[in-house]
Write a protein that binds this ligand. Structure first.
Ligand SMILES: Cc1cc2nc3c(=O)[nH]c(=O)nc-3n(C[C@H](O)[C@H](O)[C@H](O)COP(=O)(O)OP(=O)(O)OC[C@H]3O[C@@H](n4cnc5c(N)ncnc54)[C@H](O)[C@@H]3O)c2cc1C
Length: 255
């Protein structure tokens, strides 16, 4: 079966699912200054508690205060602010790399054992995009792989027809048939991380050494997070690298 154009994905989709909701502690009021989001205020509150400096003697805005925290490398206060993001339109090879980031992260990913992949989408590697011959070759390969998957699921359902529990039988078929699906198969994943963890991941994965697809995702996440909580991410700057793809560098390395 030819693959529908809509089944070929060329960009990730990033959705913010959750962000901190900060509540002032009435008995420990902080002299807030300047604009800030809840996540930023939470980190400032935590940082100020260490020295009981709620009166804000240096008259720093939240963003100035957190800028100093990053400069001093006191990143542990950033760990209080957690953000959950939904990633779609990304490949299984990307998530294989993503889930290597352990400290401060939680993951929940679409299961290829339970979910039918007969209508799977495929993420075209950025390095292939824009070259008609390469795109055609790649599309032919993933189409053949999907056809094999569909055929294998059918054959395995027959082979295990004696298994009464249909849910279990489907799982047996899908978990074996997924072996022929390529790394480019689209997946979906919910990733929760604290701001310090996101910074480490973004530093590594938005750099020029990172693989193109995860680098593209990291740049997309960076834009989202710079809008969510500028004070946590405003020392990252995006630039066009020599390989003609966007990359980012960070001022305060691994705070
Ligand atoms: C360009 C690039 C190429 C890569 N190539 C490969 C490859 O070929 N093969 C491969 O297997 N991986 C590869 N990786 C993955 C890499 O080795 C790391 O697993 C991944 O980048 C996560 O980094 P991390 O461990 O620092 O992150 P996290 O697990 O998020 O940890 C963050 C930080 O917490 C601390 N930390 C976390 N866990 C521990 C611990 N158990 N003990 C002590 N300190 C800890 C460390 O300071 C660590 O840097 C590559 C990564 C990149 C960016």
């Amino acid at each position: 079966m030819p693959l529908a154009e809509s089944a070929i994905l060329r960009a990730p989709r990033v959705t913010v699912l959750s962000r901190p909701a900060f509540t002032d502690a009435e008995h420990l009021p902080v002299q807030w200054m300047g604009e800030s989001t809840d996540g930023e205020r939470l980190a400032e509150f935590a940082g100020r508690l260490c020295y009981m400096s709620q009166r804000n003697p240096a008259n720093r805005s939240t963003r100035e205060y957190l800028g100093n925290i990053k400069k001093q490398g006191h990143g542990s206060v950033l760990e209080h602010a957690n953000y959950s993001l939904l990633f779609e339109g990304i490949s299984r090879s990307l998530t294989h790399e993503l889930v290597r980031h352990r400290a401060g992260f939680a993951y929940s990913q679409l299961s290829q054992r339970y979910v039918d992949e007969s209508d799977a989408c495929f993420v075209m590697p950025p390095a292939i995009m824009g070259d008609a011959a390469l795109e055609a070759a790649w599309t032919a390969q993933v189409t053949a792989a999907l056809d094999s998957y569909v055929a294998l699921v059918d054959q395995l359902m027959d082979r295990y027809s004696w298994v009464d529990d249909k849910v279990h039988r489907r799982k047996m078929a899908r978990e074996a048939a997924r072996g022929v699906l390529p790394n480019s198969t689209e997946t979906k994943i919910v990733v929760t991380g604290n701001a310090r963890a996101w910074r480490t991941m973004l530093e590594l994965r938005s750099s020029e050494g990172a693989e193109f697809e995860i680098r593209r995702l990291a740049i997309a996440v960076l834009h989202v997070m710079q809008a969510e909580a500028p004070a946590f991410f405003d020392d990252f700057s995006v630039y066009m690298a020599a390989d003609r793809a966007e990359a980012a560098r960070v001022e305060y390395h691994k705070v």
